[in-house]
Design a protein around this ligand. Structure first.
Ligand SMILES: Nc1ncnc2c1ncn2[C@@H]1O[C@H](COP(=O)(O)OP(=O)(O)OP(=O)(O)O)[C@@H](O)[C@H]1O
Ligand SMILES: [Mg+2]
Length: 393
């Protein structure tokens, strides 16, 4: 397949405040990006399948369309000064249509690679970036071979469309990897092309957000430390509190990957630190990321302002830490208690705590409805504060 030449270049003009920023996707990431853009005087248009998507309440215009809707994508891009995205699962045809009309940042090619975990993992390995042992599997027989080759303990991840642990199966972790277990895992992901990854012995998880503008300027944020529950991010804190050598290595790795991809915008690199001290890339996200929501409180420039600066070809903002900061996610479960309503007033009585809700109408188990953030004198204090506030809900 041939893609149109990107309209990106080293002498791309600056998209000045007052210009129109368009975003593919109007979820919470699009909403918070839109708020940062508005702060800087931009007009914002989003495209989303839902009329009442979280961003719809804070933007100038919402175009309703599914992720592969080429006509809606055309409407989104028409008259826009620059187009970015908050979700990587946009159809390549829709992306190409956008790129024909307006500068699309990040470009089509980095998104095409990242949106399919099979392509992404192969790209990382081929480029020489550190990843755990894995195999791409296209049928059950290949999965069986992969499980044997990967010592019987495997995370199976669907190539396209998985998130928050959806489209994932674990093999051989809680019970031996019998034929039945492998068949059930293959069927549970719908029997589609997938990555089989060796289950790693993790010490902890971190992420590094990097930004790159069309002029080629690259900047990393300090690493965040992340904690997952049921494969969904539960909390995240800045700084990660890791050895300086590891911090430097992680930041340099993210900068090298974004440069190698030629990506214009944000790239979040999710990283595993193994018990043997290894630093391995888990996966990439070409957009703002849940693990950097605390950059709004903790850093000179938030991830949302940074993506606006990057895609508008403005100088990248200072990513230094002003204060330790943490977030905890509020999933639909928090609403589904006896009263049906969280006790926000009680949570907000905890010093340093702030509430961020995405205006999603229907709480569902596992659905990200909002988050709490807190600052503190130390990372531990910031984290204790958000966790204490969440317990009060
Ligand atoms: N190979 C592995 N070994 C050990 N743990 C793993 C492995 N792969 C994934 N995990 C665990 O599962 C979590 C979710 O995995 P991953 O990031 O690949 O899934 P996802 O569905 O794309 O999640 P998200 O959308 O939250 O980023 C990881 O953060 C980690 O805790
Ligand atoms: Mg992940």
């Amino acid at each position: 397949m041939k893609f149109p030449e990107p309209l990106n270049s080293l002498n791309a003009p600056v998209v000045k405040p007052g210009g129109l920023l368009a975003i593919l996707g109007g979820g919470q990431l699009g909403r918070m990006t839109a708020m940062a853009a508005r702060n800087m005087g931009y007009r914002v248009r989003v495209m989303d399948p839902e009329t009442n998507c979280p961003a719809s309440f804070v933007v100038d215009e919402t175009i309703v369309g599914r992720w592969n809707d080429v006509a809606a994508a055309r409407q989104l891009a028409a008259g826009a000064d620059v187009v970015t995205l908050e979700i990587e699962q946009i159809g390549v045809d829709a992306l190409s249509e956008v790129a024909r009309i307006a500068p699309l940042r990040p470009g089509v090619e980095p998104i095409r690679i990242i949106q399919d975990k099979t392509l992404q993992k192969k790209w990382l390995a081929d480029a020489g970036f550190p990843v755990g042992a894995f195999r791409v599997v296209r049928n059950e027989a290949e999965l069986r071979e992969a499980v044997a080759a990967l010592d019987g303990r495997v995370f199976l991840k669907i190539g396209r469309g998985g998130y928050d642990g959806r489209g994932q199966a674990r093999i051989g972790l809680d019970a031996p990897a019998t034929q039945e277990v492998i068949t059930a895992a293959w069927e549970s992901i719908g029997g589609r092309p997938a990555v089989a990854e060796q289950a790693l012995d993790l010490d902890y998880e971190i992420s590094v957000m990097a930004a790159r503008n069309p002029s080629g300027e690259v900047r990393s944020f300090p690493a965040a430390r992340n904690h997952h529950e049921n494969q969904i991010l539960a909390w995240s804190v800045l700084p990660a509190g890791i050895p300086a050598e590891l911090e430097a290595r992680a930041e340099a790795l993210a900068a090298a990957i974004i440069a190698r991809l030629g990506l214009e915008g944000l790239l979040c690199v999710e990283l595993f630190v193994t018990r043997t001290g290894g630093l391995l890339v888990n996966e990439l996200a070409p957009r703002p990321h849940n693990s950097y929501h605390q950059s709004e409180r903790g850093c000179v420039t938030s991830q949302f302002e940074q993506v606006v600066r990057a895609v508008c070809n403005l100088p990248l903002g200072d990513t230094s830490l002003i204060t330790p900061a943490a977030i905890v996610n509020l999933l639909g479960e928090v609403w589904l208690n006896e009263t049906g309503e969280p006790d926000f007033a009680s949570a907000l009585a905890v010093p340093g705590v702030r509430l961020h809700l995405y205006e999603k109408k229907t709480p569902r188990v596992g659905r990200k409805m909002g988050h709490l953030s807190a600052t503190g004198a130390t990372a531990e204090e910031a984290l204790e504060r958000v966790l204490a506030a969440k317990r009060r809900l």
